[in-house]
Design a protein around this ligand. Structure first.
Ligand code: GAR
Length: 202
């Protein structure tokens, strides 16, 4: 059976992309193939990870298009050109509109660094999420992998894992613990689950 072709959308360091690359190398994503990395920013270290691992990559900058619609149409064109079946948002910091998400129903997944529905939605990304969790004083946080629909962080949850907050945590320390104990473990597992389901539908 053909493997599900996956595009990973990134904006920054790409440690979640690295977790996917490592999992694929260990044979833990047998149903999928990391076929493309798409970045909104040419400085993203994630692009270096793609090059080092022979994954084709492309940079598409929102500001080079007159509208969100024009930008999304170009992204869709690139995905069609490369026969991409599934998209993983791995630290991708732009919000995609319904025009885009409705073109890939149950085919886009996102990793979010909290237990949704806490600390999610517009404005909650990266370190801000951990700052908000610490400010609130929750004792447990975690990560969520979910399907992406038109509601930011509002799609069906696929996997979730809790992580304890410890005395003296800073947003940076907490971010690292959530990545190590939850995100990097959950994301490859969720990707295999979704890739496997799509493979059957092919
Ligand atoms: C990760 O913690 C990811 O969960 C988060 O950004 C970080 C990206 O790190 N994503 C969001 O906040 C999305 N709302 P990475 O580039 O090293 O994978």
């Amino acid at each position: 059976m053909l493997r599900t072709k996956i595009a990973v959308f990134v904006s920054g360091g790409g440690t979640n992309l690295q977790a996917l690359i490592d999992a694929e190398k260990r044979g833990e994503i047998p149903s999928g193939e990391l076929a493309l990395v798409l970045s909104g920013n040419e400085e993203a270290y994630a692009l270096t990870r793609a090059v080092e691992n022979n994954i084709p990559s492309v940079v598409v900058k929102r500001k080079e298009f007159p509208s969100q619609l024009a930008y999304e149409e170009e992204v869709k064109r690139i995905l069609r050109e490369r026969d991409i079946d599934m998209i993983v948002l791995a630290g991708f910091m732009s919000i995609l509109s319904e025009n885009f998400t409705s073109a890939y129903p149950k085919r886009i997944v996102n990793v979010h660094p909290s237990l949704i529905p806490s600390f999610c939605g517009k404005g909650f990304y990266g370190l801000h999420v951990h700052e908000a969790a610490l400010d609130y004083g929750v004792k447990v946080t975690g990560a969520t992998v979910h399907y992406v629909n038109e509601i930011p962080d509002g799609g069906e949850i696929i996997l979730q894992k809790a992580v304890e907050i410890q005395e003296g945590d800073t947003p940076e320390i907490l971010q690292k613990r959530v990545m190590e104990q939850a995100e990097w473990i959950l994301l490859p597992k969720a990707v295999e689950i979704v890739a496997k389901g799509l493979q059957k539908g092919k």
